[in-house]
Design a protein around this ligand. Structure first.
Ligand SMILES: CC(C)(COP(=O)(O)OP(=O)(O)OC[C@H]1O[C@@H](n2cnc3c(N)ncnc32)[C@H](O)[C@@H]1OP(=O)(O)O)[C@@H](O)C(=O)NCCC(=O)NCCS
Length: 151
């Protein structure tokens, strides 16, 4: 069981500097501030942040096209990992998806990203394909994963 002194809420525009810092730290081809703003404002989007002491320490972004949703990005600040933050973000995302008529959540993940693949498996995601050579810097295949939401 993880202790969870975190609050999760929808992302706001004033979260942008912190979100940009996380995105830049953990992704080879990070979203720009403009990309992030577009996703925060997107009516079909769901962008959630996890806060510790009022500061964003993790986020997940998805686009909902019922009956499916697609996870764009998920990251947790390194010092806050291993405490269930990503799990909590994904569960809140899936609740929001279900409330908006989504029955299946889909995502792509680097085949070499052991932590993320384990996380998704622990949440019930199953692999349903591979896109060879999908990623650069470093090169990697993408594993396609889906979680069918049940009541
Ligand atoms: C992947 C990531 C989001 C996980 O965040 P987290 O908050 O540490 O994840 P959680 O604490 O909720 O972990 C839940 C489960 O995921 C798996 N997991 C998480 N980190 C892991 C690791 N380093 N190695 C193996 N499994 C791991 C475990 O099954 C874990 O359950 P357990 O703690 O009971 O063993 C985080 O490592 C991260 O931000 N990585 C960089 C960005 C990234 O790769 N994003 C994913 C893009 S698809």
């Amino acid at each position: 069981m993880h202790a969870q002194p975190f609050v999760i809420r929808p992302a706001q525009e004033d979260d942008l500097p912190a979100l940009l810092a996380l995105e830049t730290a953990y992704f080879a081809h990070p979203w720009t501030a403009e990309n992030l703003l577009t996703e925060i404002r997107k009516p079909a989007g769901c962008f959630l942040v996890a806060l510790r002491q009022a500061s964003p320490v993790g986020y997940v972004s998805a686009v909902l096209v019922p009956p499916e949703a697609f996870v764009n990005n998920l990251a947790v600040a390194e010092p806050c990992r291993g405490r269930g933050v990503a799990t909590a973000l994904m569960r809140r995302l899936e609740n929001a998806c279900a409330a908006r008529g989504v029955t299946a959540v889909k995502l792509e993940v680097r085949c070499g990203n052991t932590a993320a693949r384990s996380l998704y498996r622990s949440l019930g995601y199953v692999s349903d394909g591979v896109r060879p050579g999908f990623y650069r810097d470093p090169p990697d295949d993408a594993a396609l994963m889906t979680h069918v939401l049940t009541d």
